[in-house]
Ligand binder design. Structure first.
Ligand code: CTP
Ligand code: CA
Length: 231
């Protein structure tokens, strides 16, 4: 309810949110990208401002109006996102990695446009893996329970080997963050919807189910869980 006063329970806190999808350029005009719009990240930023936080958003290729009161740092590639997230996170109380960083980047970036050839040969694009920013944030923090509180996102599908929640639990353990926001994207549940259904998995074993709701409502549920871990 927009008229209902939110608790100002992030007053005096600095929070960092990453948003959007990174792009990895092959040449001056072409890139590998993904469909992340940045809307969940911006909803998180707006919600945090309304709860009194100072908010920095590291925004990868987000084409949305900047929420009032938010500091936006625009980036393009995963490497830029990495540098800006680490810089912004020094001394922060919480970091939420809502961005979709490209997992791989082209091994080579060429300064001139790749041209077609007459002999019908096609270019081979070799990829190398990008660093995992979330894992780096956890490693840089040191002891669990120290600041910042670190939150990851995961869009998962069930498959022959494991359910959505089993994949998510494994990811939470692998990443070492405090909270994982899990979206079930099985059965063609598509990107770009206005409502999101999620499960918040805590490293401490807690499970919070957020029924289908707006990105803003989900954002507030995520900050509720962060505030519990800050106090
Ligand atoms: N993430 C990150 N750095 C990367 C890749 C992902 O910080 N290079 C973060 C995302 O922002 C998200 C979380 O890690 O918060 C999980 O992302 P996801 O793509 O689900 O995890 P991956 O480890 O890349 O696993 P997958 O093979 O399922 O893509
Ligand atoms: Ca990934």
């Amino acid at each position: 309810d927009l008229l209902e006063a939110r608790p100002r329970d992030l007053t005096g806190r600095h929070v960092v949110v990453s948003a959007g999808g990174t792009r990895e350029f092959l040449d001056p005009v072409r890139f590998l990208g993904n469909r992340s719009s940045g809307r969940q990240g911006y909803a998180l930023a707006e919600a945090a401002v309304s709860r009194g936080a100072r908010v920095t958003v590291v925004a990868a290729n987000v084409e949305l109006p900047v929420p009032a009161g938010v500091d936006v740092v625009p980036v393009v590639s995963t490497e830029e996102l990495r540098q800006q997230v680490h810089a912004a996170s020094a001394g922060a109380d919480a970091v939420v990695m809502a961005a979709a960083p490209a997992d791989f980047r082209p091994a080579e970036h060429v300064d001139a446009k790749i041209k077609k050839t007459d002999d019908g040969t096609t270019p081979e694009i070799r990829l190398v893996e990008n660093p995992d920013i979330l894992v780096e944030l956890v490693a840089a923090r040191g002891a669990a329970g120290a600041r910042p509180v670190i939150v990851g996102f995961a869009a998962e599908t069930g498959d022959a080997t494991a359910t959505v929640l089993e994949h998510a639990r494994a990811k939470l353990a692998r990443k070492g963050c405090d909270l994982l926001v899990v979206n079930d994207v099985s059965d063609g549940k598509v990107f770009g919807l206005d409502t999101t259904e999620a499960v918040l998995l805590g490293a401490d074993g807690t499970v919070v189910e957020v029924p289908p709701a707006s990105k803003s409502v989900l954002a507030h549920s995520i900050w509720d869980a962060v505030v519990q871990r800050l106090d």
